[in-house]
Write a protein that binds this ligand. Structure first.
Ligand SMILES: [Zn+2]
Length: 82
């Protein structure tokens, strides 16, 4: 039996999973590919690409605040950039 702390550690490092309830843990441990997170709660690859492009241009993808290259999050809305 894997300690629950280890499972949480693994999942928090996996950007495809959000810890929502025990069901998510079991899906992952059983090796199923489908996420249990509803599609409308997940960012599509297209949305992620658009956000990355805006960050690359130095603009916050959420609130359009101009960003300095070394900032780790948006000072206006708190969006994590790195
Ligand atoms: Zn922002």
């Amino acid at each position: 039996m894997i300690p629950i702390e280890t499972v949480i550690e693994i999942l928090t490092e996996d950007p495809n999973f959000i810890i929502k309830d025990d069901y998510v843990f079991y899906q992952k441990m059983l090796g199923k590919k489908e996420s249990t997170i509803p599609a409308d709660k997940r960012a599509s690859p297209q949305e992620l690409r658009e956000k990355e492009e805006k960050i690359a241009k130095g603009i916050c993808p959420i609130c359009n605040t101009p960003l300095e290259p070394d900032w780790e999050f948006c000072p206006n809305c708190g969006y994590v950039l790195k």
